[in-house]
Design a protein around this ligand. Structure first.
Ligand code: ADP
Ligand code: MG
Length: 349
């Protein structure tokens, strides 16, 4: 049969024994009735009979069960027939049961993960549509007002065009964020590691966000007055994005007249800890575990209407994790928030 059975003789032995006992008793009875009892004949008969019925039973049962198991495997195409060939099967169907169970569990896990993926996809599309809607309607609103006669008023025209332009800027920002997150999640973005000055990155970001900070009278600064350059190793552009996102958040969710303070300190021989601290709204504890999820925004930030897609922090986390580094957040409502991440030193000390 070419199959490696782990033989289970119990069934055949027991059945053969029962049949043998019965026929031996019968033979003894027949001898008693018609002749005299010949014990040598009886013992020989018993042994031969037992051997024969054991063999027939064992062989037939194996064939019988094997054929049926094989048929099940074939018909129920869900099972992999090859396990029959390279794995010992037992006549007590243990393997089949194990296989069916394993199959069911595997399928359950598979279905569950497909369901989660499907839900994620649906949610993602819903979120994208939702995020695009607001700026899109803003732009549409201003453009239609202009078309409906607003063009004639010069001052209004400028104002509305500027607002429409802002809306378009938001749209581009969101699309860029979406593009980035898709690339990060499909691992398409490769890190381009180099050494660079992290102080310079912060200074550039401060310059870029100066106007935004001034509107809320927020001061952006380092905790120490004169940092020399601090050279780190990583993907300069992506770390720039991390810093931009974190400082931008600290302003967006910072209070009027507040501060955004940056500190960079040595953590271990080859790691630095970069901290961005604000004294803004703070984040409720219940939001913290979900903060880095795509599109996640606290109700507070939504109702304050400070713009944003909720993608910033998930992009930040992806980038930091791609560097094999960590990001941490500590926050207290009404007191402020501190986001910190680790980064590799270029020169080990
Ligand atoms: N410094 C901060 N202070 C308070 N809340 C913050 C801060 N940074 C992030 N958050 C909260 O985390 C949410 C997610 O941030 P983010 O992913 O950057 O999205 P976005 O800035 O587009 O809203 C924000 O909507 C805000 O509620
Ligand atoms: Mg943000």
């Amino acid at each position: 049969m070419g199959i490696n059975y782990r033989k289970s003789y119990k069934f055949a032995v027991k059945s053969a024994a029962v049949i043998t006992i019965f026929s031996t008793l019968l033979i003894i009875l027949l001898q008693y009735l018609f002749f005299t009892i010949d014990w040598l004949f009886t013992v020989t008969f018993t042994l031969l009979f037992f051997a024969f019925s054991f063999y027939v039973l064992q062989y037939r049962v194996e064939r019988f069960i094997y054929r049926r198991i094989q048929k099940i495997y074939k018909e129920v195409s869900i099972l992999d027939e090859s396990v029959l060939r390279n794995q010992p099967i037992t006549t007590d169907m243990q393997t089949l049961m194990y296989e069916v169970n394993k199959f069911a569990t595997d399928k359950k896990v598979e279905i569950e993960s497909l369901r989660v993926q499907e839900e994620y996809r649906r949610e993602f599309i819903g979120n994208v549509a939702h995020e695009l809607k607001t700026p899109l309607f803003t732009v549409q609103g201003y453009v239609s007002t202009l078309l409906e006669g607003g063009v004639k008023d010069k001052a209004l025209r400028k104002k509305y065009l500027t607002r429409a332009d802002k809306g378009i800027e938001r749209l581009i920002e969101i699309v860029n964020d979406l593009d980035m997150i898709t690339k990060l999640e499909t691992n398409e973005l490769k890190l381009n590691k180099q050494t660079f000055d992290i102080i310079e990155i912060f200074q550039n970001v401060f310059d870029l966000l100066e106007m935004k900070a001034e509107k809320k009278d927020i001061t952006m600064m380092f905790d120490k007055d004169h940092y020399r350059s601090i050279i780190v190793k990583g993907d300069r552009e992506k770390i720039n994005q991390v810093v931009l996102n974190l400082v931008d958040n600290s302003i967006k969710y910072g209070r009027e007249n507040g501060t955004t303070e940056v500190s960079i300190e040595s953590l271990t021989d080859n790691k630095l800890l970069v901290r961005i601290t604000d004294n803004g709204y703070g984040i409720e504890k219940k939001h913290i575990p979900r903060l880095f999820e795509r599109f996640y925004r606290t109700d507070v930030s939504r109702s304050r209407d400070v713009g944003g897609s909720g993608l910033g922090l998930s992009i930040v986390k992806h980038i930091i994790e791609a560097h094999n580094e960590h990001i941490y957040v500590e926050s207290k409502i009404g007191v402020g928030s501190e986001f910190s991440f680790t980064i590799e030193k270029a020169v080990k000390k």
